[in-house]
Design a protein around this ligand. Structure first.
Ligand code: HH2
Length: 284
């Protein structure tokens, strides 16, 4: 299965891809403030690329529960110099912009980004789908119940897999109607976005239920709160839990893993893929 965008073509059938997180924010839930200064963010992006990140995801606004909205100008001011510097230093690197604002996405694409990662799946800004269609950018559509300010206020579903899948299907159709090409799209059930621990577990356990949508899946489980609820660990001690969550996603066919810990995730994928390859070799 291919993910096409701008002048890239990622073959997702051959191996899973790692998206490394670069948060240029003061308040992200696990690493807020560590990369607010552009030099630190650029150095972090270069390090993640050297560690094997296939995609660098640059974000200038936290989406943690209760996070305050960031004005357009401030979000552009945070991410644009970082993307521009990474594009210059790493001409072939795939870069995504984690934003819901078309104005931020436009500035990021002009600075060298290739993909728009929108946690609102186009509901946050009506200009975002037309922008993606016009520029040929890749587009990640994620499910969220409510907004970051409200999403964890007693989220309820009758059937979380069906409701998230129906939502992604509707947003995919809206993107297609706006002129986005189908093979530019990737879908994300939005772990932790308006979901309880039980919902997150059901989503990962039931990932097969999203196959009918016909597009590759991206998942971000890294360091999230539900891992802390299960293990009792604070955010800085959730590496093992994050790797286990990522491995479960990978085993269920997820093609892009959005992670903070790139080198560890790449090592884990190498082992899992080698074992899978041996199993395949044994059976022929
Ligand atoms: N999770 C976060 C942010 N963006 N995008 C996608 N597609 N999927 C996710 O699961 C996802 C996302 C939250 O993680 P992080 O960026 O580390 O935190 P914050 O939003 O607080 O900056």
């Amino acid at each position: 299965m291919l993910w096409r965008f701008r002048n890239h073509e990622l073959d997702l059938a051959s191996r899973s891809r790692v998206m490394g997180i670069v948060n240029v924010t003061p308040d992200s839930f696990s690493d807020g403030g560590t990369c607010l200064n552009p030099e630190d963010a650029i150095a972090h992006g270069l390090r993640l690329a050297a560690e094997g990140a296939d995609i660098l995801d640059i974000g200038g606004e936290s989406t943690r529960p209760g996070a305050e909205a960031v004005p357009l100008d401030e979000e552009i001011r945070r991410v644009e110099p970082v993307i521009r510097a990474l594009r210059t230093a790493l001409p072939g690197q795939v870069i995504s912009i984690d934003t819901s604002k078309a104005g931020v996405a436009e500035a990021a694409l002009a600075a060298g980004a290739d993909i728009i990662n929108d946690v609102t799946a186009g509901r946050g800004d009506a200009a975002l789908f037309p922008l993606a269609a016009r520029t040929g950018a890749g587009l990640v559509l994620m499910h969220m119940r409510g907004t970051p300010r409200t999403m964890q206020q007693q989220p309820q579903y009758d059937n979380v897999i069906r409701e998230v899948s129906d939502f992604l299907n509707r947003r995919m159709r809206a993107a297609l109607e706006a002129g986005v090409e189908a093979d530019h799209l990737v879908l994300d059930p939005g772990i932790g976005f308006g979901k309880t621990l039980e919902h997150n577990l059901q989503l990962v356990a039931g990932l097969d239920g999203f196959r009918v949508l016909g597009r590759p899946l991206l998942l971000g489980v890294s360091r999230k709160r539900w891992l802390g609820e299960l293990t009792g660990r604070q955010v800085e001690n959730r590496l093992a839990a994050s790797l286990a969550g990522a491995a479960a996603c990978h085993q269920r066919g997820v093609k892009i893993l959005r992670v903070h810990d790139v080198i560890e995730t790449c090592d884990m994928l190498r082992i899992l893929d080698s074992i899978k390859q041996s199993q395949f070799d044994l059976s022929i």
